[in-house]
Design a binder for this molecule. Structure first.
Ligand SMILES: *Cc1c(COP(=O)(O)O)cnc(C)c1O
Length: 369
């Protein structure tokens, strides 16, 4: 039984008719930047996650950059970002001229550790970027309180966390901005790059929209220098079709995660993902930890089960930050995660049977010797 790590073809097969109609409409209208489909997407997505302003962008990395700029990040400032995850938050911080300061993640939930954040705050600190990693809620309510006390901004990187919740609040609605990715394999994925930002601040929403549109709301307005990062009309049309299925797909991911849990609970040698109390984990990825990772990967591949590693190197240890001479002991949790994490296949189209099969193979691996 073959278990692929991703399978976007099956989702397309199920949506093909709706998608064809949506695409034909765009091509008939002949408008490929902005327009009805983009406006509709912004309204629908904002309302789905209960945020008053949603601005579509070309991708999440640009949304993070624009959010940092709108909130004033620049030369001489420090922004605290997690040491484990994707590079966008740290890289975009540097692109504003500010310095990314890494905080370690916590050992139970793998999201940024508020205690380490507190230790890293200096007079130069202007803000924090929290990442809801793998679909797990970062402790944004706790971080928000810290930000209020220290007068810092909070950005939520929700690229992996559509419909994640923490203490009853949807991911993206607690910070000053929430930034989302619709990269094809995300829980809500376009057929190419796409992203958006949400905020509840009207003025910052307008500033953001100008910033990603050459500094103006229309063609002949350039109030300041901006970038060009808009969601293609074609991608918006496709996302409008898929958005209607997001809640159902999310519920399916959560259900499949419990199938993994039920079948792997108690297997010694493997640590299962935990969900932060009073939160909703949307399982963009189902990530286990094991000290026998390389052998397990080989064994699973021999049995036609594809897995992946998110991520093989913690950010401070990437060549991009070589000049800062970080040591493993600076980020003990991130340093151990990079050697132990393993992502098992999980997507709505996966069957219970394949999840159970994968669990059986994993159990037989740990039963050896
Ligand atoms: C995918 C991802 C991004 C980048 O999103 P793009 O849309 O590809 O720019 C940023 N942060 C995290 C946590 C991601 O998973």
């Amino acid at each position: 039984m073959k278990v692929p790590f991703v399978n976007l073809k099956e989702q397309f097969a199920r949506l093909q008719q709706e998608i064809t109609i949506a695409l034909e409409e765009v091509f008939h209208d002949g408008q490929f930047i902005g327009g009805k489909q983009v406006n509709d997407f912004e309204t629908a997505f904002g309302s789905l996650i209960s945020s008053p302003y949603c601005i579509a962008t070309g991708n999440c990395t640009d949304a993070l950059f624009a959010a940092l700029k709108v909130l004033g990040a620049g030369q001489g400032h420090e922004i605290i970002v997690p040491a484990f995850g994707w590079i966008s938050c740290a890289a975009m911080t540097s692109f504003t001229g500010a310095l990314p300061v890494f905080a370690d993640v916590d050992n139970a939930f793998y999201t940024i550790d508020p205690a380490d954040v507190a230790r890293k705050i200096t007079p130069q600190t202007r803000g924090i970027v929290a990442v809801h990693l793998y679909g797990q809620a970062a402790p944004v309510n706790e971080l928000k309180a810290l930000c209020r006390e220290k007068n810092l901004f909070l950005i939520e990187d929700c690229a992996q966390a559509q419909l994640t919740e923490d203490q009853g609040k949807t991911a993206g609605t607690v910070g000053d901005f929430g930034c989302f990715s619709f990269y094809p394999t995300k829980n809500l994925g376009a057929y190419g790059d796409a992203g958006c930002a949400v905020t509840s601040n009207r003025e910052q929403a307008v500033y953001f929209r100008r910033l990603v549109n050459h500094g103006g709301l229309h063609k002949d307005e350039h109030l300041f220098e901006g970038i060009n990062s808009r969601m293609d009309t074609v991608q918006a049309a496709l996302l409008n079709v898929k958005l209607k299925h997001l809640e159902e797909w999310t519920a399916r991911r959560i259900a499949l995660a419990s199938v993994y849990r039920k079948n792997l609970e108690g297997v010694s040698g493997i640590k299962l993902p935990q969900t932060r109390p009073d939160s909703r984990h949307t399982f963009h990825l189902f990530v286990v930890r094991t000290q026998r990772r390389e052998d397990l990967i080989r064994f699973l591949l021999e049995h036609d089960i594809e897995v992946a590693i998110h991520y093989p190197r913690a950010l401070p240890f990437e060549p991009a930050y070589e000049d800062r001479h970080f040591e493993k002991s600076d980020f003990p949790v991130a340093a151990s995660l990079q050697d132990e994490v393993l992502s098992l296949p999980l997507y709505p189209e996966l069957t219970e049977e394949k999840v159970e099969h994968t669990c059986n193979i994993i159990r037989s691996f740990f039963a050896q010797e």
